[in-house]
Design a protein around this ligand. Structure first.
Ligand code: GDP
Length: 445
């Protein structure tokens, strides 16, 4: 689900995470693309605009040099903002079904998946919550719909109110209420009639039923694939009937997930469940975190943001700090650093994270220093013996020749590496003297 939006945002953030320091202008540019992506995903214009504005304010307010890469920080902010918009009050998926028998009114347009969802929810209440459930179809206009619910009931082992020809919707609702009380049911679900479009007769009928049973939950079932239309439908139903929550169906398709976002933002109603298929168990509680993650298409965003800290494991960093402070920086340290750089997205991104080194990163790149060089340097170090790595000062001509040949390189390249190691050792000594809050510590964050 949400493929379109996630791919789109994925692309934006790909570029972001590869950039070093992020200026306010960069944030703006990225968020413009986020806005376009949201619109393409059928998020309504005001919602997209509000959302982007909010994120812009948050992103601009935060100092971007402090933690991880600026791009990752923006990702986290966008993610958190999405979750905030998507989250409803209370427990996701929780239904008020106390005071048995609790009536649940299922409303929505024809074809939205209302009957299917009624069955799915009944099954869930029965299997997960151990509730005794009675279902009733109020669709007096379509005998086939009534039949459909009977069949579903048999399939999932949930009782269905017998069909009595000629009854009105209100009469059926009353009978369901009585039957639910007499039969000792915990919950009774009323599957109301749908129309292809909202009309007055339909609304009036649902209102009458509502007044008769006084539902604990009024759940609107909408087709998640219909985007904006779904939001409009929700607004109308809420204005006329008053809904307590929304079930978005067909979220298994490659639909435009914007409906979820707009739905929350516009109606303020919680999305309680999502339908993920035609089968009776294809219903899940709506999880804002997961949906936001899916919208962004980046899996666990929090993990992503913490990636930088993870790659330099705290322990290792501490140990290195102690060594550096003493000016100890041998080939093992250098190798570890080179590997970290590779892992974290290469030279450019590392330098971009170091305070004041963004500019240098560009120069380094211009000078042709890219990840290939990192890999060649690592290869050279791998070609050294244990003793040589720990004590690079012992490297004389013959050893150098052997090492360079082992890595398939010139001695001149090895000399450059040795020079680099000596310079780093000097620098570490100086930086170490700057104390705990020094530059190195910051750079390692
Ligand atoms: P109703 O007219 O609103 O009662 O709609 P139905 O419950 O009869 O559903 C219409 C069609 O949509 C049926 O073929 C269902 O199997 C299908 N459907 C319902 N929910 C989902 C869903 O979450 N995903 C998919 N892929 N199909 C669904």
């Amino acid at each position: 689900m949400f493929e379109n939006l996630s791919e789109r945002l994925g692309g934006v953030f790909d570029r972001l995470t590869k950039q070093g320091a992020l200026s306010e202008e960069d944030v703006k540019t990225a968020l413009r693309e986020v806005r376009v992506a949201l619109l393409e995903a059928d998020v309504s214009l005001p919602v997209a605009r509000d959302f982007v504005k909010k994120v812009q304010d948050q992103a601009t307010g935060q100092s971007v040099t402090k933690s991880v890469t600026p791009g990752q920080q923006v990702v986290k902010i966008v993610h958190d903002a999405l979750v905030e918009v998507l989250r409803g009050e209370g427990e996701p998926g929780a239904l008020k079904v106390d005071n048995p028998p609790a009536p649940i009114l299922m409303v929505g347009l024809q074809g939205s998946g209302k009957t299917t969802t009624t069955g799915k929810l009944a099954k869930r209440l029965k299997d997960k919550d151990g509730k005794r459930v009675l279902m009733a179809s109020l669709d007096i206009y379509r005998p086939a719909a009534m039949q459909q619910l009977q069949v579903l009931g048999q399939q999932i082992g949930v009782d269905v109110l017998p069909i009595v020809a000629g009854e009105t919707a209100v009469q059926i609702a009353k009978r369901a209420k009585t039957q639910a009380s007499l039969g000792g049911y915990d919950v009774y679900m009323l599957d109301t009639a749908g129309r292809l479009q909202i009309d007055q007769t339909l609304m009036k009928e649902v209102e009458d039923v509502r007044d008769v049973v006084n539902p604990r939950e009024t759940l609107l079932v909408v087709d998640g694939l219909t985007g904006q239309v779904a939001v409009e439908v929700a607004e109308e139903f809420d204005a006329k009937i008053g809904i307590s929550g929304v079930v978005l169906t067909r979220m298994d398709g490659d639909g435009r997930g914007g409906a979820a976002l707009s739905m929350r933002a516009v109606t303020g109603k919680p999305i309680k469940y999502v339908g993920l298929g035609e089968k009776m168990d294809a219903l899940e509680t709506f999880e804002p975190e997961r949906v936001a993650g899916r919208i962004l298409g980046m899996g666990d965003i929090v993990a992503l943001v913490e990636k930088a800290q993870e790659t330099i494991e705290a322990e290792q960093a501490e140990r290195m700090m102690r060594r550096f402070k003493k000016g100890q920086f041998n080939m093992n340290d250098l190798k570890m650093q080179l590997e970290q750089m590779l892992k974290m997205g290469g030279m450019e991104s590392i330098m971009g994270m170091m305070p004041g080194m963004g500019k240098m990163a560009a120069q380094v790149k211009e000078a042709g220093f890219d990840d290939t060089i990192l890999k060649r340097q690592i290869a050279l170090i791998q070609s050294m013996t244990k003793m040589e790595r720990a004590n690079p000062q012992i490297l004389q001509a013959s050893r150098k020749k052997r090492i360079a040949a082992g890595a398939g390189m010139d001695v001149s390249e090895l000399n450059k590496l040795l020079k680099m190691q000596r310079q780093m050792a000097d620098m570490m000594k100086k930086m170490g003297k700057m104390g705990k809050g020094g530059m190195l510590k910051q750079a390692m964050k």
